[in-house]
Design a protein around this ligand. Structure first.
Ligand code: NAP
Length: 264
């Protein structure tokens, strides 16, 4: 699996998103994804599926040290004691001694950022997280977080797909050596049948969703598409055997609009 290097972390460029997956179905999808070659799983306290993610990992037979596991602390648990408790609860649910990446899921203006970031850094120093980072942070908030951090932040996980313009934030991450993890990279499925993306895909025997993932990967992003269907896991992974031309990259970039977010 191709990896992205960021501030000391080596992050598999494609992972399985698990939001909205639950119960035995979640465990089965994680297990199957890992058997197919996925090496990165994205979960969160808020998804209420960490137990099943751990079960899927163990059922897959893939060694723990071959899989990159990300989880996130929810925004109501950002006071220092709360953060440590939430992170340790996540580990207990997954039955893991550490995660590869621990993120602040969303900023919370009611808790001083300096305290949250200090607590996050302690999770790394105490061995509960190999790497730490943020999610849904603006460029300004990311600058602040970096100033407070005694450990390197390795990613900002943000909504990114061809329909949303994230050039400013992506450039800010690059300036600080942070990777960008693109969530909702398929624009919640809307990329799959998009006319322009599908037309580009015809050159390579790919669908619009695969073109969207490739477009992100070629800009150095990490992508974490999700699906509830086992049969789509392979399709969403088949994005490393073709390369978009500079002209195609530029054409796809014209799809972004100010209202392109697909967030619910
Ligand atoms: N940090 C954050 O705040 C945040 C926010 C949102 C998401 N995330 C993370 O990012 C992950 C992915 O984002 P997302 O779930 O919002 O959206 P997404 O991955 O862009 O899209 C998922 C949707 O696309 C459909 N889909 C997937 N593969 C397909 C295929 N090959 N053909 C046709 N349709 C396909 C899925 O339907 P089916 O299930 O029917 O296949 C599902 O409805 C999440 O699971 C989560 O881990 C993080």
């Amino acid at each position: 699996m191709q990896t992205v290097d960021a501030n000391g972390a080596k992050i598999p460029a494609l992972g399985l998103g698990t939001w909205k997956l639950s119960g035995r179905h979640c465990a089965r999808l994680v297990q199957q994804a890992l058997r197919l070659g996925y090496r990165h799983i994205d979960t969160a306290e808020m998804y209420e599926n960490e137990r099943e993610v751990g079960e899927g990992l163990r059922a897959s037979g893939v060694r723990r040290d071959e899989v990159f596991i990300t989880t996130k602390v929810w925004s109501t648990h950002l006071a220092p004691g709360e953060l440590a408790r939430a992170a340790k609860d996540s580990l207990a649910k997954m039955r893991l001694s550490d995660v590869d990446l621990l993120l602040i899921h969303w900023p919370n203006p009611r808790v001083p950022l300096a305290e949250t970031i200090a607590a996050l850094c302690r999770m790394k120093q105490e061995g509960y997280a190999r790497h730490i980072g943020v999610s849904n942070f603006s460029a300004a908030l990311m600058d602040e977080a970096i100033k407070f951090a005694s450990e390197p932040l390795v990613t900002n996980q943000i909504e990114w797909h061809p329909f949303i313009d994230q050039r400013t934030l992506v450039a800010a991450c690059a300036r600080h050596g942070l990777s960008v993890t693109a969530y909702s990279p398929l624009a919640k499925g809307k990329t799959v049948a998009n006319d322009i993306l599908s037309t580009v895909g015809m050159n390579y025997g790919k669908n619009g969703g695969q073109v969207a993932l490739r477009w992100l990967l070629q800009q150095g992003a990490i992508v974490i598409p999700s699906t509830s269907k086992v049969e789509r896991l392979s399709e969403n992974m088949a994005v490393f055997d073709f390369e978009l031309t500079p002209e195609e990259m530029a054409e796809i970039a014209t799809l972004a609009t100010p209202t392109g977010s697909v967030r619910e």
